[in-house]
Design a protein around this ligand. Structure first.
Ligand code: ADP
Ligand code: MG
Length: 665
């Protein structure tokens, strides 16, 4: 039991929640194969020879020859099993043992071989036990405990544990209670019933996640918001000042936002749109509706550069309408902008807005740009500043709908699924270790035709210093290569006003090429920049590459995104090929999820999905939908969860996570 405790299992429930990773149907084993196969097989046989072999100086492996013995009838089949660098195997397995083995068969020099099979020694008395003649659970190893032993312990626990311990406060399926599902998942009568039991636990897990989300949404909606947006005069003026029409998706989103603002229930909405979809104008429209009602509106950007850029954009469009816009960030205040003295109507800043003692006169609307850079807690902090303002969160991370339902599940969603017309095409091409002269030549040609270029470098080490250095070195090289053109350099180590100056020169066209780290990843908008050379592209994540690429293709020019890579890693090539083939953010996000999994894609804290114990986020999508419907129903019938035990409420809290199930053991 010490071994169990060391592995983190302290209660019966803990151990019972160690679900089988697979099952072996030991009522019928597979036939001994006569050729290699890509699928694992489960065989029963007897060890007829076993010995330690040498494969080179100091290198040895243990080899066992297994002879067909399924069902006691010995056939003629034979298979060789090998274990490399696992000397302890020879203490476990010897000639004469009857075994079950599990693994993939390959063929080598006319022999059929399974390397590193999972195996279990069968005993004579097993016929009527939990180890044979039934569907047997196989667990992920707990260090130091044999499968047989673990199976016995779990079997015993199932017999001894009071079903009440295994029940939860809210049982999804009272007809087939949870305690029963535990029995089935460990010792199923059929593989189908095992599947059903697993789905049941996955559903339960999703249900708690969704209950949490829906609960937060309900609480939010119960607060007193304000009624805004009756006065549309500013909005109308704004529309007529625009040199283009808004896209259908932009108009639809603005309508949805307006409808929210006009109710007393506080708005809590997500505006989701791929890079370049035109979220900024939707934000502007929302802000105009808010200030039309006499209150202030704030926009929070994740970086200084972006805040600065939004500030310029907003002033450009809104000052002609007589609207006062202010910039407030941690590093400077609005005082340095003489145009914005007095009482601002629109305040733009970074998340420093959260911690500054900035007091808003009357904050009616908060817009949070690029939400994926913010945590849920930060969102909550800003919201606390005012009297429950309306909140609009904007994200350029196009995640699949089911994921939205989980991470942003407490928000209503508006989708910008249409791009403004007149965008030049982006051609994306991967180049494996090309000659530098070719790359330079290409960039020069593009600059000569009047375009601008981003030359992007990855974070080389964790440390910002090293990252800055690598971009700095590249900057010197590029300055020489592009002699007649001005080259700029931007990275995270620059002071905010330095960054701002560099961006301004680039935006205004004095700088032809900009050597940059990922500080330009989000939101930077320079339509004349149509070339992006991504160095060491394999080191970036897919979503990040897509975001970076979104910096080009913003004007009418044909744009080029070149992914440079050393080509050493096949997985990286696969990743980069996704970008060559697709420019659809949703498609790319799905590929990213497939390649890396949701925890990695969204960050552990953000997603809360890395904690999933029973459910497989991608495979169990339909269950997630079902869980959402159930949660909606439960809360509709009982908005305060009064009828459900206190403990359930304890599991639901603001962090967005579901706490562990109550362990009554
Ligand atoms: P994002 O969704 O990535 O934040 P932006 O709001 O920065 O996108 O818009 C990207 C570019 O498209 C900007 O240059 C903006 O001026 C332009 N734009 C936005 N909406 C339209 C539209 N309806 N028609 C033409 N251009 C637009
Ligand atoms: Mg944007």
């Amino acid at each position: 039991m010490e071994l169990l405790a060391a592995a983190g299992f302290s209660t019966a429930v803990d151990l019972l929640e160690h679900f089988p990773k697979r099952y072996e149907d030991r009522r019928r084993f597979d036939a001994f194969p006569n050729e290699a196969s890509p699928h694992a097989v489960c065989l029963r046989g007897a060890v007829i020879d076993a010995s330690l072999k040498y494969s080179g100086p100091g290198r040895r492996f243990y080899e066992a020859l297994i002879m067909d013995g399924s069902g006691g009838v010995f056939g003629s089949g034979k298979i060789t099993c090998r274990w490399f660098n696992m000397p302890y195997i020879q203490k476990l397995l010897a000639t004469g043992h009857e075994v079950s083995i599990y693994g993939k068969v390959k063929e080598s020099n006319g022999r059929l071989i399974i390397d590193h099979p999972e195996f279990e020694i069968l005993r004579d008395e097993d016929e009527a036990s939990i180890h044979l003649e039934r569907i047997v659970p196989i667990y992920k190893n707990i260090s130091g405990i044999a499968q047989r032993r673990l199976r016995e312990i779990i079997h015993q626990l199932l017999e001894q544990t009071d079903p009440a311990t295994l029940a939860v406060i809210y049982d999804l399926a009272p007809a087939s209670p949870r305690a029963e599902a535990f029995k089935v998942i460990h010792f199923p009568g059929s593989l189908d019933s095992a599947q059903a039991a697993r789905r049941r636990f996955a559903l339960e897990e999703f249900f708690l996640l969704q209950l949490n989300v829906v609960w937060r949404r309900t609480r939010y909606a119960e607060q007193n918001g304000r009624v805004l947006g009756q006065n549309t005069a500013f909005l109308k003026q704004f529309y007529s000042s625009l040199p283009f029409d808004l896209t259908g998706a932009q108009k639809r989103s603005i309508k949805e936002i307006l409808a929210d603002m006009r109710t007393a229930r506080p708005m809590n909405r997500l505006l989701q749109g791929d890079v370049g979809a035109g979220k900024t104008f939707v934000a502007m429209a929302a802000m105009l509706l808010a200030i039309g009602s006499g209150c202030q509106a704030a926009l929070m950007a994740p970086t200084q550069i972006l805040a600065e850029q939004h500030y310029l954009t907003f002033r450009r469009w809104l000052e002609p309408l007589g609207i006062r816009v202010a910039l407030r960030t941690g590093n400077r205040d609005e005082g340095s902008h003489p145009a914005t003295e007095g009482d601002p109507q629109i305040i733009i800043g970074t998340h420093a807005l959260l911690y500054d003692s900035v007091s808003f006169r009357d904050l009616g609307l908060v817009i949070i740009d690029e939400q994926h850079k913010f945590g849920v807690a930060q969102r909550a902090a800003l919201i606390r500043q005012g009297t429950v303002p309306d909140v609009l969160v904007m994200t350029a991370t196009p995640i699949p709908r089911t994921l939205t339902m989980t991470i942003y599940g407490d928000l209503d969603v508006s989708l910008l699924d249409e791009k403004p017309p007149g965008r030049g095409k982006i051609i994306t091409a991967m180049r494996v270790a090309p000659k530098q002269t070719d790359v330079t030549k290409f960039v020069k040609e593009q600059l000569a035709s009047g375009r601008q270029a981003y030359l992007v470098y990855p974070l080389v080490e964790e440390s910002e210093t090293l990252k800055a250095e690598s971009a700095t070195e590249a900057f010197e090289k590029w300055t020489k290569r592009l002699c007649s053109h001005e080259v700029g350099l931007i990275h995270g180590k620059l002071r905010p006003e330095e960054k701002e100056a560099v961006m301004r020169r680039f935006r205004e066209g004095q700088t032809a090429a900009l050597v940059a780290t990922t500080v330009i990843e989000v939101g930077v908008d320079v339509p004349n920049a149509s070339v992006m050379i991504l160095h060491h592209a394999e080191r970036f994540g897919l979503a990040q590459l897509h975001q970076l690429r979104g910096r080009i293709g913003r004007g009418g020019h044909k744009s080029y995104c070149v992914l440079l890579t050393d080509g050493k890693n096949p997985e990286a090539l696969e990743k980069l090929r996704v970008l060559e083939q697709s420019s659809d953010g949703f498609e790319i996000a799905e590929a990213d999820l497939r390649l890396r999994g949701p925890g990695d894609v969204l960050g552990t804290v953000q997603s809360g999905l890395s904690d999933l114990r029973f459910a497989d986020f991608l495979a169990d999508t339909p269950l997630l939908r079902e869980a959402r419907a159930m949660a909606d129903q439960v809360l509709a019938e009982d908005p305060h969860l009064d009828s459900i035990h206190q403990n359930l409420r304890g599991m639901i809290h603001d962090s967005g996570h579901v706490a562990a199930l109550p362990s009554t053991a």
